[in-house]
Design a protein around this ligand. Structure first.
Ligand SMILES: NC(=O)c1ccc[n+]([C@@H]2O[C@H](COP(=O)([O-])OP(=O)(O)OC[C@H]3O[C@@H](n4cnc5c(N)ncnc54)[C@H](O)[C@@H]3O)[C@@H](O)[C@H]2O)c1
Length: 341
């Protein structure tokens, strides 16, 4: 056995109703002037968070958008400076947390994350900013949230379709963490437990969207998968999804959902014991998830362009990747044909 394990600092409060512990949490960190960040569709939750924070909240900015456009980041940074904020609470999915990270990147303000999807950004030091349709990403420890409050009650409002696709997005982190070159036994434990929790919880959520235990189990799994994402370097799957999202603006969680079974089948034995492509594809069918890039709006004419970009990029993967492999994989994912068993 040969590995290196470089743990990221992690402070987590988990449990239904834990939003009520947010004031103590920010108090423990020493924050007094907090700007709450959220997306426009989650303004009500943003206000709920502001209320929970009481006098410690100096404003709510409900302007987070997918992939953190630079103009939105600029506005959040200006508002934070104007209000003399000493920290941000980002409540929402990866888009809201990404906005918090953009403020942290420029001003060094600590971010407390209150995730409401399973995307996992709250567990990583990775930031992203989009300008003129091009997304830049980077790693910086100062954008890693100083504390994460996971309240499954806030995920009950997540539509079942988003719960499923966001859950598969989380599974993708765990799957690629299992074969990452910088994986380790502790990361593998988190990945396997995350996969176990999510694959059990997602069918229960589809069967009963109000099932609070299933929602809690899924969020627990998502936390572990996010921690795997933060600890390892992702492979072919994340490279494909990043390229599809960046160049064609395909929706994030749905794209992960369509692509993952095909990459797992391609990488074969590397993760077959935990999650194999054909079984995941069948599970997605039972859960009513999208299974073709065509239904996400991708044009077949774009397959070659994406294949060129992915084949020309450098990323670790357990199986070598050629342009024609990527092309074949993308074609199957576009058409929605089952991956090889
Ligand atoms: N930096 C990282 O490490 C990292 C990791 C994962 C994702 N991301 C980024 O995050 C973004 C995707 O995040 P996402 O998939 O969470 O999507 P998102 O944050 O864009 O949310 C999708 C939609 O769901 C709504 N929503 C979120 N939670 C809800 C809830 N509980 N109830 C009802 N509606 C809810 C949001 O308002 C939004 O309209 C992408 O830009 C991706 O690149 C970054």
């Amino acid at each position: 056995m040969n590995f290196r394990y470089d743990a990221l600092p992690m402070r987590v409060v988990f449990g239904a109703g834990s939003l009520s512990r947010l004031p103590d949490e920010v108090g423990a960190i020493g924050l007094e002037r907090i700007l709450v960040l959220c997306g426009p569709r989650q303004e009500a939750v943003g206000k709920q968070v502001a209320e929970a924070l009481g006098d410690r909240c100096v404003g709510v900015l409900p302007e987070a958008r997918m992939h953190v456009p630079v103009e939105v980041a600029g506005r959040a940074r200006a508002v934070a400076a104007e209000l003399a904020a000493d920290g941000c609470v980002a409540v929402g999915g990866g888009s809201a947390i990404g906005l918090g990270k953009a403020v942290a990147l420029e001003h060094g303000l600590p971010v407390v994350a209150v995730p409401t999807t399973y995307a996992g950004s709250e567990m990583t030091p990775v930031w992203g900013l989009t300008e003129d349709g091009v997304k830049r990403t980077g790693r910086d420890r100062k954008v890693l949230p100083v504390s994460v409050v996971y309240d499954p009650a806030l995920t009950l409002s997540m539509p079942v379709g988003l719960a499923v696709t966001s859950g598969v997005n989380a599974l993708a982190h765990a799957a690629e963490g299992l074969y990452a070159p910088d994986g380790s036994p502790i990361v593998a434990l988190m990945a396997r437990e995350g996969i176990r929790a999510l694959t059990a919880a997602l069918p229960a959520i589809v069967a009963g969207p109000e099932d609070a235990q299933a929602r809690a189990d899924a969020l627990y799994g998502a936390w572990l998968c996010g921690a795997v994402l933060g600890a390892t370097t992702m492979g072919l799957h994340h490279r494909l999804c990043h390229t599809l999202g960046g160049t064609l603006n395909l929706p994030h969680a749905e794209t992960h959902t369509v692509v993952l079974p095909h990459v797992l089948a391609y990488n074969g034995g590397a993760v077959a014991r935990e999650l194999d492509g054909r079984s995941l594809w069948a599970l997605e069918g039972e859960l009513g998830a999208p299974r073709s890039l065509r239904e996400l709006g991708m044009d077949a004419a774009d397959i070659d362009r994406v294949a060129d970009l992915v084949a020309g990029a450098t990323f670790p993967n357990p199986r070598p990747v050629t342009r024609s492999d990527v092309r074949d994989l993308l074609h199957a994912a576009w058409a929605g044909t089952p991956p090889p068993g």
